[in-house]
Design a protein around this ligand. Structure first.
Ligand SMILES: [Zn+2]
Length: 175
């Protein structure tokens, strides 16, 4: 765990060197995402794309941060979901990290949630790394939902009682 955190800080430093200002068309664009996982307390910022290609280490960092926190099982997070989050972060015009309630869920974890909670889908896209539940500090949940819907990139679920928005890269649908 400590080593992971160290790697995170290290890559944040490298990201700082690689990352041109957004909108600087002449330079190689880099894409980074920052998360705070409310269950594990872990935070990290990972550059997952730079110089025209995906960065394996950055993707791994994101996969780890968004792992099934109940079992520590890791699953690749769909890259399309990363793009959606990146666009969402831009449209919300915020510097805050995504506060993650749920990323990847192992089949066992999802089955347990289906049995004990309401509103958890049996065929959840969380089980295949295509969905995330989150909120954005300093942005109204409603605004986050509307910005996500405007992207028309997949499913968007609104859970004001639990204070999170679900976004996935499945079919475009809203609830
Ligand atoms: Zn969800």
């Amino acid at each position: 765990m400590l080593r992971r955190r160290f790697l995170f800080l290290g890559s944040a430093g490298i990201a700082g060197l690689l990352m041109p200002a957004k909108g600087w068309a002449a330079g190689p664009a880099a894409r980074a995402l920052a998360f705070h996982n409310v269950h594990t307390g872990e935070s990290g910022r990972a550059t997952y794309w730079a110089g025209g290609r995906y960065i394996r280490e950055g993707l791994s960092q994101i996969d780890w941060l968004l792992r099934d926190h109940r079992t520590d099982l890791v699953h690749p997070i769909d890259r399309r979901l990363l793009s959606v989050l990146d666009e969402l972060h831009d449209s919300l015009d915020t510097a805050e990290p995504f506060e993650v309630i749920s990323g990847y869920r192992s089949p066992a974890t999802n089955a347990r949630l289906v049995a004990t909670s309401t509103g958890v889908a049996t065929a959840s896209l969380h089980v295949v790394g295509m969905a995330i539940d989150f909120r954005v500090p300093g942005r109204a949940l409603r605004a986050v939902r509307d910005a996500a819907k405007a992207l028309r990139a997949g499913g968007v679920g609104y859970y004001p009682e639990s204070d999170f928005v679900h976004v996935d890269v499945g079919r475009v649908r809203y609830w």
